[in-house]
Design a protein around this ligand. Structure first.
Ligand code: ADP
Ligand code: MG
Length: 368
C-alpha cells in the first residue's frame, strides 16, 4: 500500500505565555512512501516526527493537506478505520494480560463482520507471535519479559490485524545497545517478510541508515532531504543534513571561492570550477582528509588515536568551527607526533560546499 502525504501541515496553538505563538509541527510535507518500502523519518527531538506519525494513523487531524493510502483519501477517516499498526517507544502492554491475550486484544475489539472466529483469532495471534519469535512466551505476563521481548509483543500486537501500514515511533529507544541492534535487524526482517509499508521514526542516524529503504530528514517541521541512505550521506542537500549524518561529525570550515578555486585561509585546497566568487561553508567528512606532506591544508597536530583498523588524527585549524578535527585514515599510515603540524590534501567527493548565508548546497561544475 503506497502512502502519499500531500502538502500536509499541522499547527498547534501556543500555550501560556506564548499563547499567540502557534507551533508549526509539520510544515507542508509532500512525499510518497512507495508500496512495501520502509521509510525512516529522521530528525532531532521536536522536529515533528511523532506528529507526522500521529497524522498518518489518524490520532491527529491535519490543519491542512491530505493523506492517501493507495488511491483512498483517508484524511477524514478515524484511526480505527485506517488499518494501521502502531508501535511506540514504551511498549504499552496490558500488565494483567498474558502475552497471548495482549496480542489477541486488537482482534477481540473488532465488532460485527470484521471480527474473526475464535480459532481464526488464535491462529493469527500465534502466527504473529512466531513472526517476532516469541512463540514460547505466550503464557507469560509482560513483567516476566525483557524489554526486547516486550517490544516484540508490541510489534506482534500491531501486526495481528494485518495492517495496511505499520508505524513505529522510536521503537528501540528503551532497549540497551545490544538489544537495539538485534531488534532493528528483526524489524527489518519482519518488514521484508510481510512486505507491509512501514514508517520508522528515529532521531538516531545509524538506526535510520541501517534500516531504511528511504530516509526523510526533517528539521523544525520541514523536510530537508528525501533519499536513499547512502545518498543522504554522500550527497547532502544542505549543511544541516551534512552535519546530522556521520560519526565523527563532518568538519565545517569557513572558506571562500575565488577564481574557480576553494580557499581555506590563504590556501587553495580544491578546484571549484563554475562557481562565482563568494564566501562559502566547506564541510569535510572525517574520511575526506589524506595525509600529504605537500598538502595545502596545514593543521595543528594535537594527538593521534589508534582505533585498530583506522587511526584518528586529532588536530585543529583556525578556520574550522569544530573544536577538534578528527581525520580518519588507514592505520597503515604513520604520523610523526613530534611535529607540530600535519598536512592534508582533501578528497573532492568528501568535501561539500554550501552558501555562507542560507547553507544550501553549492555544486561546482563537473570537470573534464
Ligand atoms: P518529535 O517526535 O520529532 O520529537 P513532535 O512531533 O513530538 O516532535 O513535536 C513537534 C513540535 O510540535 C514540538 O515543538 C512540540 O513541542 C510540538 N507539539 C507536539 N505536540 C503538541 C501538542 N499536542 N500541543 C502543542 N504542541 C505540540
Ligand atoms: Mg517523538
Amino acid at each position: 500500500m503506497k502512502v502519499v502525504l500531500q502538502d500536509l501541515t499541522k499547527k498547534f496553538p501556543g500555550r501560556g505565555k506564548n499563547a499567540q505563538q502557534e507551533v508549526v509541527a509539520v510544515d507542508g510535507f509532500t512525499f510518497e512512501i512507495p508500496d512495501g518500502k520502509l521509510v525512516g523519518l529522521l530528525g532531532p527531538s521536536g522536529c515533528g516526527k511523532s506528529t507526522t506519525l500521529n497524522l498518518l494513523c489518524g490520532l491527529l487531524k491535519p490543519t491542512s493537506g491530505k493523506i492517501f493510502f493507495g488511491e483512498d483519501d483517508v484524511t477524514g477517516l478515524p484511526a480505527e478505520k485506517r488499518g494501521v499498526g502502531l508501535v511506540f517507544q514504551n511498549y504499552a502492554l496490558y500488565p494483567h494480560l498474558t502475552v497471548l491475550q495482549n496480542i489477541l486484544f486488537p482482534l477481540q475489539n473488532l465488532r460485527g463482520r470484521e471480527r474473526p472466529a475464535k480459532e481464526e483469532m488464535l491462529r493469527r495471534a500465534k502466527e504473529a507471535a512466531d513472526l517476532v519469535q516469541i512463540g514460547e512466551l505466550l503464557d507469560r505476563r509482560p513483567s516476566e519479559l525483557s524489554g526486547g521481548q516486550q517490544q516484540r509483543v508490541a510489534i506482534a500486537r500491531a501486526l495481528v490485524k494485518m495492517p495496511r501500514v505499520l508505524l513505529l515511533d522510536e521503537p528501540l529507544s528503551n532497549l540497551d545497545a545490544r538489544l537495539r541492534l538485534q531488534t532493528r535487524e528483526e524489524i527489518r526482517r519482519i518488514q521484508r517478510e510481510t512486505g507491509i509499508t512501514t514508517v520508522f521514526v528515529t532521531h538516531d542516524q545509524d538506526e535510520a541508515m541501517s534500516i531504511s529503504d528511504i530516509i526523510v530528514v526533517m528539521k523544525n517541521g520541514v523536510v530537508q532531504q528525501i533519499d536513499k541512505p547512502q545518498a543522504v550521506y554522500d550527497d547532502p542537500s544542505n549543511l544541516f543534513v551534512a552535519q546530522f549524518l556521520g560519526t565523527p561529525p563532518i568538519h565545517v570550515f569557513n572558506g571562500r571561492v575565488e577564481g574557480g578555486r576553494l580557499y581555506i585561509g590563504n590556501q587553495a585546497v580544491l578546484p571549484a570550477p563554475g562557481l562565482p566568487d563568494q564566501p562559502v561553508t566547506a564541510a569535510v567528512r572525517p574520511e575526506g582528509f589524506a595525509l600529504d606532506e605537500q598538502g595545502p591544508l596545514a593543521c595543528n597536530l594535537t594527538r593521534v588515536e589508534i582505533m585498530g583498523r583506522d587511526i584518528s588524527v586529532v588536530c585543529t585549524h583556525p578556520d574550522c568551527e569544530n573544536t577538534a578535527i578528527r581525520a580518519i585514515i588507514s592505520a597503515e599510515n604513520r604520523v610523526d607526533t613530534a611535529q607540530p603540524t600535519v598536512r592534508f590534501s582533501l578528497k573532492p567527493g568528501k568535501v561539500f560546499l554550501f552558501t555562507a548565508d542560507t547553507q544550501a548546497r553549492l555544486r561546482p561544475a563537473q570537470e573534464g
